[in-house]
Design a protein. Structure first.
Length: 361
């Protein structure tokens, strides 16, 4: 039961953002301090959780509604939180550039750091409801194409030179960000056009998801900007600025995670443009107990890529997988400092490659 309740810790972050807003001033940085200082400290103190669900219980635990309920609840909480954010940013309570920055980054920790994580989990499932919730969450950060690119692109091409979201060895995060964001978007278009072509449908068609994915976030923002402007009796220009700013920070957090998850990992090419099957050796793993609660075990990424359909509560830890020295909150900060990142990760990458076993049993 304690482990079940641990997944509710994610809801601490939006609570801290709201608390910081009402305390005013530099308290708008409260969630940032919690995410990048307090969680890493607790992570190191609490240590790793390398236990796996017993094989005979996997099916039962996978089907427990409790775990789906947490992700469903997050979807509605995030939508309500976003509407509150529109109120907060137009209230006139946030005045200085430093307050704006603290509030917007803190907000993106919710919509991107956790919200995209939940969208990622739901987007892999067969249920139409879960996939709808995934798209809904991605709409709030203007990154709906991720639904196509991640599932049909990244999971197929991961750890190959053809995947925009796999960081190459000695590639810094800033170079990676441009490739992953822009080439990932272009690749999502290619995948969607191929789907339409198989169905003999034209590019301009109501079934073209990429058109909807570009249009819906803008429409969403426009509706609430007009509504806020009407209620305030003035142009609510700060609302769209805030919405798109938090979106960029949110998907930048996603790309930081992408960078960390696959840095320098390569699958063997067994024939021209044909690669060995993805297995738990092809993603960096982190089984840090506390940060995995906040991120719905996303850090057990090795098993996720080997078994993408598995629900977060039954993802396994593999000792053979490449292991990160810290959880994601610490690793993404290090990724922002290329010399420190290369010094830490290149040695670890080479050590792991030399020690790699040929297969996972």
């Amino acid at each position: 039961m304690a482990k079940k309740l641990g997944f509710f810790t994610a809801f601490i972050i939006p609570a801290l953002v709201i608390t910081g807003f009402y305390l005013d001033g530099y308290w708008n940085y409260l969630a940032i301090v919690f995410a990048f200082i307090i969680i890493p400290v607790i992570d190191q103190i609490s240590g790793l959780d390398t236990t796996n669900v017993e094989p005979q219980r996997v099916k039962f635990v996978s089907e427990e509604f409790f775990y789906r309920f947490v992700t469903y609840l997050w979807t509605f909480i995030q939508l309500a939180f976003l509407l509150w954010g529109f109120y907060a940013i137009t209230s006139g309570k946030i005045n200085t550039p430093l307050e704006w920055m603290g509030f917007t980054i803190s907000f993106a920790l919710v919509t991107g750091g956790i919200g995209i994580t939940v969208a990622h989990e739901l987007g892999h499932k067969k249920s139409r409801v879960e996939r709808f919730y995934s798209k809904l969450l991605l709409m709030t950060v203007c990154y709906m194409h991720f639904y196509i690119e991640h599932n049909q692109g990244h999971h197929v091409l991961v750890a190959t030179p053809h995947d925009p979201a796999t960081a190459r060895k000695n590639e810094n995060f800033y170079v990676f960000w441009f490739r992953s964001v822009f080439l990932g978007y272009a690749h999502a278009w290619q995948l969607e056009l191929a789907r339409l072509n198989r169905k003999n449908l034209p590019v301009v068609h109501w079934k073209n998801q990429m058109i909807w994915f570009a249009f819906l976030p803008v429409l969403f923002c426009l509706v609430f900007t007009l509504l806020a402007s009407y209620l305030l009796k003035r142009p609510a220009i700060e609302l769209p600025i805030f919405f798109f700013a938090q979106s960029v920070i949110a998907f930048t957090l996603l790309e930081l995670v992408n960078y960390v998850e696959h840095y320098g990992i390569e699958r063997k090419e067994i024939a021209p443009n044909r690669y060995e099957r993805v297995n738990p050796l092809h993603s960096w793993n982190a089984s840090h107990r506390i940060s995995n609660f906040f991120l719905f075990q996303l850090q057990r990424h090795s098993d996720h890529h080997a078994n993408a359909i598995k629900r977060y509560q039954v993802l396994n830890h593999y000792d053979e997988s490449p292991q990160l020295p810290f959880g994601y909150p610490t690793m993404i900060l290090i990724a922002l400092l290329p010399p420190v990142w290369f010094s830490m990760m290149n040695k670890r990458l080479e050590w792991w490659k030399q020690a790699t076993v040929p297969s996972i049993s």
